[in-house]
Design a protein around this ligand. Structure first.
Ligand code: ZN
Length: 235
Protein backbone atom coordinates (compact mmCIF):
# COMPACT_ATOMS: atom_id res chain seq x y z
CA UNK A 1 0.00 0.00 0.00
CA UNK A 2 1.08 3.54 -0.73
CA UNK A 3 1.11 6.36 1.88
CA UNK A 4 -2.10 7.74 0.34
CA UNK A 5 -3.85 4.38 0.85
CA UNK A 6 -2.42 4.05 4.36
CA UNK A 7 -3.73 7.51 5.27
CA UNK A 8 -7.20 6.47 4.13
CA UNK A 9 -6.88 3.22 6.05
CA UNK A 10 -5.83 4.97 9.27
CA UNK A 11 -8.74 7.33 8.85
CA UNK A 12 -10.98 4.29 8.75
CA UNK A 13 -9.30 2.78 11.80
CA UNK A 14 -9.79 6.08 13.60
CA UNK A 15 -13.51 5.91 12.95
CA UNK A 16 -13.58 2.52 14.72
CA UNK A 17 -11.10 3.18 17.52
CA UNK A 18 -11.09 6.48 19.41
CA UNK A 19 -7.54 5.94 20.65
CA UNK A 20 -6.19 6.00 17.11
CA UNK A 21 -8.54 8.82 16.18
CA UNK A 22 -7.04 11.01 18.94
CA UNK A 23 -3.50 10.25 17.71
CA UNK A 24 -4.39 11.26 14.18
CA UNK A 25 -5.48 14.70 15.31
CA UNK A 26 -1.84 15.45 16.08
CA UNK A 27 -0.24 16.12 12.70
CA UNK A 28 3.18 14.94 13.83
CA UNK A 29 1.82 11.67 15.27
CA UNK A 30 -0.35 11.13 12.21
CA UNK A 31 2.64 11.51 9.92
CA UNK A 32 4.66 9.08 11.99
CA UNK A 33 1.83 6.55 11.98
CA UNK A 34 1.50 6.78 8.20
CA UNK A 35 5.24 6.24 7.73
CA UNK A 36 5.32 3.29 10.12
CA UNK A 37 2.25 1.61 8.61
CA UNK A 38 3.44 2.22 5.05
CA UNK A 39 6.76 0.54 5.78
CA UNK A 40 5.13 -2.43 7.49
CA UNK A 41 2.46 -2.93 4.85
CA UNK A 42 4.43 -2.16 1.67
CA UNK A 43 3.86 -5.73 0.47
CA UNK A 44 0.15 -5.79 1.25
CA UNK A 45 -2.33 -4.55 -1.37
CA UNK A 46 -5.37 -2.49 -0.38
CA UNK A 47 -7.63 -4.75 -2.41
CA UNK A 48 -7.45 -7.64 -4.86
CA UNK A 49 -9.20 -7.32 -8.23
CA UNK A 50 -11.49 -10.27 -7.48
CA UNK A 51 -12.57 -8.60 -4.19
CA UNK A 52 -11.38 -11.59 -2.17
CA UNK A 53 -9.26 -9.18 -0.10
CA UNK A 54 -10.02 -5.70 1.16
CA UNK A 55 -7.82 -4.25 3.87
CA UNK A 56 -10.74 -2.20 5.20
CA UNK A 57 -12.64 -5.44 5.75
CA UNK A 58 -9.65 -6.84 7.64
CA UNK A 59 -9.70 -3.82 9.97
CA UNK A 60 -13.41 -4.20 10.60
CA UNK A 61 -12.89 -7.92 11.22
CA UNK A 62 -10.25 -7.16 13.84
CA UNK A 63 -12.61 -4.97 15.87
CA UNK A 64 -15.62 -7.23 15.35
CA UNK A 65 -13.72 -10.17 16.79
CA UNK A 66 -12.77 -8.10 19.81
CA UNK A 67 -16.22 -7.40 21.07
CA UNK A 68 -17.50 -4.18 19.51
CA UNK A 69 -18.38 -1.79 22.33
CA UNK A 70 -15.73 -3.27 24.60
CA UNK A 71 -12.98 -2.50 22.11
CA UNK A 72 -11.42 -0.10 24.60
CA UNK A 73 -10.36 -3.15 26.61
CA UNK A 74 -8.24 -4.35 23.71
CA UNK A 75 -5.15 -2.88 22.20
CA UNK A 76 -5.60 -0.82 19.04
CA UNK A 77 -5.00 -2.62 15.77
CA UNK A 78 -1.37 -2.82 14.65
CA UNK A 79 0.12 -3.43 11.19
CA UNK A 80 1.01 -7.01 12.20
CA UNK A 81 -2.70 -7.74 12.65
CA UNK A 82 -3.17 -6.76 9.00
CA UNK A 83 -0.20 -8.90 7.98
CA UNK A 84 -1.74 -11.88 9.80
CA UNK A 85 -5.07 -11.33 8.04
CA UNK A 86 -3.34 -10.99 4.65
CA UNK A 87 -1.13 -14.11 5.05
CA UNK A 88 -3.73 -16.73 4.01
CA UNK A 89 -4.71 -14.66 0.96
CA UNK A 90 -1.08 -14.39 -0.05
CA UNK A 91 -0.59 -18.14 0.44
CA UNK A 92 -3.66 -18.81 -1.72
CA UNK A 93 -2.28 -16.66 -4.54
CA UNK A 94 1.10 -18.40 -4.41
CA UNK A 95 -0.54 -21.79 -4.45
CA UNK A 96 -2.38 -20.92 -7.66
CA UNK A 97 0.71 -19.40 -9.30
CA UNK A 98 2.51 -21.88 -11.55
CA UNK A 99 5.74 -20.02 -12.33
CA UNK A 100 5.38 -19.84 -16.09
CA UNK A 101 8.67 -19.83 -17.96
CA UNK A 102 9.73 -16.17 -18.11
CA UNK A 103 10.50 -14.48 -21.44
CA UNK A 104 14.23 -14.63 -20.73
CA UNK A 105 16.92 -16.61 -22.52
CA UNK A 106 17.05 -19.81 -20.43
CA UNK A 107 20.85 -19.85 -20.71
CA UNK A 108 20.91 -16.63 -18.73
CA UNK A 109 20.40 -18.37 -15.39
CA UNK A 110 20.73 -15.28 -13.19
CA UNK A 111 18.33 -13.32 -15.36
CA UNK A 112 15.94 -16.23 -15.52
CA UNK A 113 15.87 -16.70 -11.73
CA UNK A 114 15.58 -12.95 -11.18
CA UNK A 115 12.59 -12.82 -13.48
CA UNK A 116 10.98 -15.80 -11.70
CA UNK A 117 11.47 -14.05 -8.35
CA UNK A 118 10.15 -10.77 -9.71
CA UNK A 119 6.97 -12.37 -11.03
CA UNK A 120 6.50 -14.28 -7.77
CA UNK A 121 6.87 -11.12 -5.74
CA UNK A 122 4.35 -9.37 -7.99
CA UNK A 123 1.86 -12.16 -7.33
CA UNK A 124 2.59 -12.31 -3.60
CA UNK A 125 1.87 -8.60 -3.24
CA UNK A 126 -1.29 -8.69 -5.32
CA UNK A 127 0.20 -6.54 -8.09
CA UNK A 128 -0.45 -9.18 -10.72
CA UNK A 129 -2.85 -12.11 -10.79
CA UNK A 130 -1.44 -15.61 -10.40
CA UNK A 131 -0.66 -17.34 -13.69
CA UNK A 132 -2.43 -20.68 -13.68
CA UNK A 133 -1.08 -22.20 -16.84
CA UNK A 134 0.78 -25.42 -17.28
CA UNK A 135 3.47 -26.69 -19.57
CA UNK A 136 4.49 -24.01 -21.95
CA UNK A 137 7.85 -24.31 -23.61
CA UNK A 138 9.22 -20.89 -24.48
CA UNK A 139 11.30 -20.07 -27.49
CA UNK A 140 14.89 -20.40 -26.36
CA UNK A 141 18.10 -21.65 -27.85
CA UNK A 142 16.97 -25.23 -27.47
CA UNK A 143 17.46 -27.68 -30.28
CA UNK A 144 13.93 -28.28 -31.66
CA UNK A 145 14.29 -32.06 -31.55
CA UNK A 146 15.55 -31.94 -27.97
CA UNK A 147 12.84 -29.47 -27.04
CA UNK A 148 10.21 -31.81 -28.40
CA UNK A 149 11.54 -34.71 -26.39
CA UNK A 150 11.83 -32.61 -23.23
CA UNK A 151 8.32 -31.44 -23.85
CA UNK A 152 7.16 -35.05 -23.86
CA UNK A 153 8.65 -35.44 -20.40
CA UNK A 154 6.80 -32.28 -19.48
CA UNK A 155 9.40 -29.85 -18.20
CA UNK A 156 9.11 -26.12 -18.89
CA UNK A 157 12.26 -25.46 -16.83
CA UNK A 158 15.48 -24.66 -18.70
CA UNK A 159 18.40 -27.08 -18.31
CA UNK A 160 20.58 -24.95 -16.04
CA UNK A 161 17.81 -24.25 -13.55
CA UNK A 162 16.59 -27.82 -13.71
CA UNK A 163 20.05 -28.91 -12.67
CA UNK A 164 19.61 -27.15 -9.34
CA UNK A 165 16.51 -29.25 -8.73
CA UNK A 166 18.23 -32.57 -9.41
CA UNK A 167 18.52 -33.44 -5.73
CA UNK A 168 14.77 -33.19 -5.32
CA UNK A 169 13.75 -35.14 -8.40
CA UNK A 170 16.29 -37.90 -9.04
CA UNK A 171 14.18 -39.94 -11.46
CA UNK A 172 13.13 -36.96 -13.55
CA UNK A 173 16.75 -35.81 -13.54
CA UNK A 174 18.00 -39.15 -14.81
CA UNK A 175 15.49 -39.11 -17.65
CA UNK A 176 16.38 -35.57 -18.64
CA UNK A 177 20.09 -36.29 -18.46
CA UNK A 178 19.59 -39.26 -20.76
CA UNK A 179 17.62 -37.22 -23.27
CA UNK A 180 20.05 -34.31 -23.15
CA UNK A 181 22.98 -36.68 -23.75
CA UNK A 182 21.16 -38.20 -26.69
CA UNK A 183 20.73 -41.50 -24.92
CA UNK A 184 17.41 -43.33 -24.98
CA UNK A 185 15.03 -42.52 -22.14
CA UNK A 186 14.08 -45.93 -20.73
CA UNK A 187 11.06 -44.51 -18.91
CA UNK A 188 9.54 -43.49 -22.24
CA UNK A 189 8.51 -47.12 -22.72
CA UNK A 190 6.85 -49.58 -20.38
CA UNK A 191 8.99 -52.35 -18.95
CA UNK A 192 7.96 -55.78 -20.14
CA UNK A 193 10.18 -57.41 -17.52
CA UNK A 194 8.74 -55.95 -14.31
CA UNK A 195 5.62 -54.35 -15.70
CA UNK A 196 6.55 -50.77 -14.76
CA UNK A 197 4.36 -48.42 -16.82
CA UNK A 198 5.65 -45.49 -18.88
CA UNK A 199 7.12 -42.80 -16.66
CA UNK A 200 7.53 -45.10 -13.67
CA UNK A 201 10.86 -46.58 -12.57
CA UNK A 202 11.52 -50.29 -12.70
CA UNK A 203 10.93 -52.30 -9.57
CA UNK A 204 12.98 -55.12 -8.25
CA UNK A 205 10.70 -57.86 -7.12
CA UNK A 206 12.37 -60.70 -5.34
CA UNK A 207 10.36 -63.76 -4.63
CA UNK A 208 10.81 -66.07 -1.71
CA UNK A 209 10.53 -69.81 -2.10
CA UNK A 210 6.76 -69.68 -1.72
CA UNK A 211 6.55 -67.30 -4.68
CA UNK A 212 5.60 -64.28 -2.57
CA UNK A 213 7.18 -60.87 -3.24
CA UNK A 214 9.61 -59.92 -0.53
CA UNK A 215 10.99 -56.75 -2.02
CA UNK A 216 9.54 -54.09 -4.28
CA UNK A 217 12.16 -51.41 -4.55
CA UNK A 218 12.84 -48.92 -7.30
CA UNK A 219 15.82 -49.98 -9.33
CA UNK A 220 17.68 -48.92 -12.43
CA UNK A 221 15.90 -49.81 -15.69
CA UNK A 222 15.92 -53.47 -16.66
CA UNK A 223 18.20 -54.22 -19.65
CA UNK A 224 15.27 -55.25 -21.81
CA UNK A 225 13.66 -51.88 -21.16
CA UNK A 226 16.83 -50.04 -22.21
CA UNK A 227 16.84 -52.07 -25.42
CA UNK A 228 13.21 -51.26 -26.07
CA UNK A 229 13.82 -47.55 -25.49
CA UNK A 230 16.82 -47.59 -27.83
CA UNK A 231 14.69 -49.21 -30.52
CA UNK A 232 12.02 -46.57 -29.96
CA UNK A 233 14.55 -43.77 -30.56
CA UNK A 234 15.95 -45.51 -33.63
CA UNK A 235 12.47 -46.02 -35.08
ZN1 ZN B 1 11.65 -53.24 -15.31
Amino acid sequence: MQPREIAALLDRVGSLDGRIDRQLVDEHLAERAITRWTEALAEVPATLPDSSWDVGRAVRGYYEQRGGDNSARYRPIEPHDILAAWAPHRAGLMQRHTDPAPPVDPDNVAGYLAELRRSRAAVATGRTAPVEQHRELTAGEVDPELAERLDKIGSPIPPAVRQQLVAYRPIRAQREAAVAAGRPDPLAVACTWCGAPIGQPCRSRRMNLAGEARANRRRSPHPSRLDAAAQEVAA
